[in-house]
Ligand binder design. Structure first.
Ligand code: PLP
Length: 473
């Protein structure tokens, strides 16, 4: 019997459930064989979901050749986002790689926001693209890098013409959003597709929001980590695209950069995340937003300096310089795990549900208690500026083998870095391979190392050394 038909009346989850209920014999991967192979020490709850971890059986469709229940799930998603949509099982990382590969060919130029996630820089490096860097605006006061404005986009296109796509990050980690409508209108006139890394913006769908997903505002392709802001499993993401994206290239890229064994648990969670969004009523949206604002108000009333981006689910508590990491450790010690701690702030991701007043009071009290243990260092003059560069600049590309030498940070000032150094989270490179090492960058790096901020970098970076390019004459 096959349940696959042109139009299956059941959702992806329902079909999986039916499959599980039939207690079928598994002579196929994965090796837990519907959960029948397991160690007795496995927690019951974990064991219970094993049978749902299925594979591309006839009735369960194939992500890389979707024509059954996966295609239906993707179409339903597309209807919600008014676009064509694809599920991703390898996070926005695979989505960013695929968007770039679909629109820009080896050696071609692409405009990129400087504070982009490492997945974007890795893709640019391995795909052999020529990036033009666009500096974001800095928020007054906090100095947190935000979004790229229209003037910077115009300057980039005029000074460095011929780019095949422009990639922005909006919302940023901190919830700031670019003026996508204005930027896409300008880029349309130049036939340049706008790609948006919207890893943090899958929930921005409700038409009563002041700023919505870029896919409604003129972007050609948008990648969203459903797992970051919606009730989906980690790695679950999706991509939306319009007609001006070459579908053949996109599909080829998606099947190249993603696993050939897509997780049915992740896919089921994606379908669930879509359903969750679909079921949110106007009233739900209103109570979610109201409760988030109430949380922010309570934090402010308790004396915290708070930044809220255009995306209401991101709340940054500003601390004294050097206090952010200590604050986060005190929060963790009382059971509060936050999204990100930097030297002078901590970032909280709020859940996309109504937060009850009792929860708000309880949380704010706990946060207040944790803050009492953080030493006050008001007279510290340290500031952590985002590295000042030109508004638009070119990156030295190191596609070919180059000679490098390892230098102390101080000796490396003025040289071109041969490696990338990334504070994690947020995963946005502080020094990019091909970028000049400056006094300012070195000073901040030294501070981070002494404060114990987590860096994704070579071991020698912790010993204050960096590889730089040896210039050939
Ligand atoms: C802005 C941004 N883009 C892309 C990614 C990668 O997303 P994923 O973890 O879903 O691969 C992240 C992850 O933190 C991110 O913050």
């Amino acid at each position: 019997m096959t349940r696959r038909s042109k139009k299956n009346p059941f959702t992806f989850m329902e079909v999986l459930e039916q499959h599980v209920r039939e207690s079928r014999v598994s002579f196929h991967v994965p090796g837990h064989h519907n959960g029948t192979v397991h160690d007795p020490s496995l927690p019951t709850a974990f064991h219970k979901i094993m049978p749902y971890d299925l594979t591309e059986l006839e009735q369960l469709d194939d992500l890389h050749q979707a024509e059954g229940i996966i295609q239906q799930g993707e179409e339903a998603l597309g209807t919600l986002y008014k676009s064509k949509s694809k599920w991703l099982v390898n996070g926005s990382t695979a989505g960013n790689w695929s968007m770039l590969a679909a629109t820009v060919k080896r050696g071609e130029r692409v405009y990129v926001q400087r504070n982009s996630h490492k997945s974007v820089w890795n893709a640019i490096e391995w795909l052999g693209l020529e990036p033009i860097l666009l500096s974001p605006e800095l928020e007054r006061g906090s100095g947190i890098p935000t979004v790229v404005n229209l003037a910077t986009v115009q300057e980039a296109v005029e000074r460095y013409p011929g780019g095949k796509a422009l990639l922005l990050t909006s919302p940023t980690y901190y919830g700031d959003m670019a003026d996508i409508q204005a930027i896409s209108t300008y880029l349309n006139q130049h036939m340049i597709p706008l790609l948006v890394d919207e890893a943090h913006g899958a929930h921005l769908i409700y038409d009563g929001l002041p700023r919505r997903s870029a896919i409604f505002e003129g972007a050609s392709a948008v990648v969203q980590s459903a797992h970051k802001t919606l009730p989906a499993f980690t790695m679950g993401a999706w991509l939306h695209y319009k007609e001006n994206v070459d579908e053949n290239r996109l599909f080829h890229a998606l099947s190249s950069f993603q696993t050939s064994s897509p997780s049915y648990l992740i896919m089921a969670s994606l379908d669930h995340a879509r359903t969750y969004l679909e079921h949110l009523t106007e009233r739900d949206w209103s109570s979610i937003q109201t409760s988030h604002f109430a949380f922010v108000m309570e934090l402010k009333r308790a004396g915290f300096a708070v930044k809220v981006g255009d995306d209401f689910t991101k709340v940054t508590i500003l601390t004294y310089p050097k206090n952010g990491l200590i604050f986060s450790r005190h929060l963790a010690s009382i059971g509060i795990d936050i999204e990100l701690a930097a030297e002078d702030h901590v970032l909280l991701c709020l859940p996309l549900r109504e937060i009850k007043m009792e929860e708000i009071h309880h949380w704010v009290k706990l946060i207040q208690n944790a803050s009492k243990h953080v030493p006050l260092i008001e007279d510290d003059e340290t500031i952590y500026p985002y590295p000042s560069t030109e508004q638009v600049s070119k990156l030295t590309m190191l596609h070919d083998v180059v000679k490098t030498v390892r230098l102390s940070f101080q000796d490396a000032v003025g040289q071109i870095a041969a490696e990338t150094i990334i504070p994690y989270p947020p995963g946005i490179p502080w020094i990019l391979k091909g970028e000049m090492v400056t006094e300012e960058k070195v000073r901040v790096l030294v501070e981070w190392i002494s404060l114990g901020r987590k860096l994704q970098a070579s071991r020698h970076v912790m010993m204050k050394q960096i590889d730089v390019i040896v210039e050939e004459f």
